[in-house]
Design a protein. Structure first.
Length: 256
């Protein structure tokens, strides 16, 4: 979902408040130029102790058709555009630190809390039990592939190895990570604005093409080169910009 088309945008501004930016970020003026509306005060709404955020520290956000989902050190919160609601034991979730949230625009929301995986929606959540052979492995990342399917990244810290699972709420299939990665690589998964799925490590960036991982860029193996982040955005003309930032350089591409 692009920043231009989303109805509301979210920003974590402090440990105890959430700011929402409402409406379009820019629009064309009478002469055809773009007018920046980011500074218009009415677009910003701050939520704090008056909605129950006193002492709550937020760490993650995800937007879906059902609203905005926010992860905190005291569990998961949901905002429907009018009211914030804490999603706790009554909805099947522990009131513990949320490590990761992923959401497809329509469909289930997936949450990692205290190393456990939960899936659900505004009606409630249920824990998704991993295969028994994965008991020794820590669940460290999750990324949505479509409305009902996610990739789960698990790591065996003793063996220093990674496992990738394609999962629904009822089935698991082991998938392959890019063969260029070593077992010692610290891997991250993410889905960007164009709904492409990426595997990112200190040695390279790979994009999922069907069932195969295709290399996008290989990073130098120098110790001074560290991955900072991968970002993707789409402008009003439909031009998609992908930017990879490392400790040594910035790489970027464009596609229509």
């Amino acid at each position: 979902m692009s920043a231009a088309s989303s109805y509301f945008h979210s920003l974590l501004r402090s440990a105890t408040a959430v700011l929402l930016l409402l409406g379009e970020l820019s629009a064309r003026t009478g002469d055809g130029s773009l007018e920046d509306r980011l500074g218009e005060a009415w677009r910003w709404v701050q939520f704090g102790s008056e909605v129950g955020f006193e002492g709550v520290s937020f760490s993650s956000l995800a937007e879906a058709e059902s609203g905005l989902w926010a992860g905190s050190d005291r569990g998961l919160w949901h905002y429907d555009g009018w009211v914030w609601k804490s999603m706790g034991p009554e909805q099947g979730l522990p009131a513990l630190r949320v490590e990761r949230i992923v959401a497809w625009p329509v469909g289930r929301v997936w949450v990692i809390i205290d190393g456990r995986l939960f899936a659900g929606d505004t009606a409630g959540f249920e824990q998704v039990l991993l295969p028994t052979e994965c008991a020794r492995r820590a669940l460290i990342d999750v990324v949505a592939i479509d409305a009902e399917t996610v990739f789960l990244l698990l790591r065996d810290h003793e063996a220093r190895s990674n496992t990738l699972l394609r999962a629904t709420c009822s089935s698991f299939t082991e998938s392959r990570l890019p063969h260029e990665l070593t077992v010692a690589d610290q891997v991250r998964l993410l889905r960007t604005a164009s709904d492409r799925v990426w595997s990112v490590s200190e040695h390279g960036v790979f994009v999922l093409d069907g069932e195969a991982w295709e290399p996008w860029i290989t990073l130098p193996t120098r110790g001074s080169t560290t991955l900072v982040g991968l970002e993707e955005a789409t402008d009003f003309h439909g031009l998609c910009t992908l930017k990879l930032t490392t400790g040594a350089a910035v790489f970027w591409t464009w596609s229509a």
